[in-house]
Design a protein around this ligand. Sequence first.
Ligand SMILES: Nc1ncnc2c1ncn2[C@@H]1O[C@H](COP(=O)(O)OP(=O)(O)OP(=O)(O)O)[C@@H](O)[C@H]1O
Length: 252
Amino acid sequence: MSYDGAPILERVSLDVSEGSFCTIVGASGCGKSTFLRLLLSQERASRGKILLDGTPLPEEPTPDRGIVFQRYSVFPHLTVAENLILANEFEASPITGRLFGSARKEALCEIEPLLERIGLNQAANRYPAQLSGGMQQRLAIAQALIKRPKVLLLDEPFGALDPGIRADMHELLHDLWRELNMTIFMVTHDIHEAFKLGTRLLVFDKVRHDPQAPEAYGATITYDLPIKANDRGDADLVALASGEKPNTAADS
Ligand SMILES: Nc1ncnc2c1ncn2[C@@H]1O[C@H](COP(=O)(O)OP(=O)(O)OP(=O)(O)O)[C@@H](O)[C@H]1O
């Protein structure tokens, strides 16, 4: 993937099985968000191809892939419930994006179980600005799940949350991942979060450097580690993925 001829990602080749939870770490600016945008079809790879279930990705974002950003994933002028029915409103009425009367009532009824699942049933008529950060991110996740995507893309979704709230969000996300059997790609700056949640860790970094031309090369995947449940607290693996020298070889 290049922007204006400058490579951002190069020689990226991987095969991800359905139901994986891939966590992605790497230095700032190395192309992690770009990678997610490629998976969403918000960007098109300059070379190479990306297949989903053996078929090239559609050229535009489609409901089979949902995304949540660190902030601003939801519409501030719509209530919690309105944010959640929006996708159905646009599907039913592409021009106005609104449902009225019994159709709207039905759409609001349909989202009730989801509202309950994410603990926002008491906040259905509040606007995002009236919610805490954690509640806003729960809404953002629910909005991304409304069309039951096969693939969920998360770009530092918990980066702005307090540690206590973050732990609750981890639990919610893990449960939803299992219940809905999605494949997840999650960018995070927190290596412990990456090990706690993921089944596979992808580390992005530059391996080729030209001191005369810092922009000459892009980043690639330098570590691709399966994470087993008993690795989650493994300090050596954490050190390895953070770019530090581990005490023992942790090549799996
Ligand atoms: N639309 C664009 N046009 C030109 N360059 C871009 C564009 N989007 C991203 N870039 C460049 O691509 C590089 C990778 O950006 P990206 O946001 O993917 O990195 P990142 O690893 O997600 O960074 P961070 O961890 O800081 O969020 C950066 O140098 C950025 O300036």
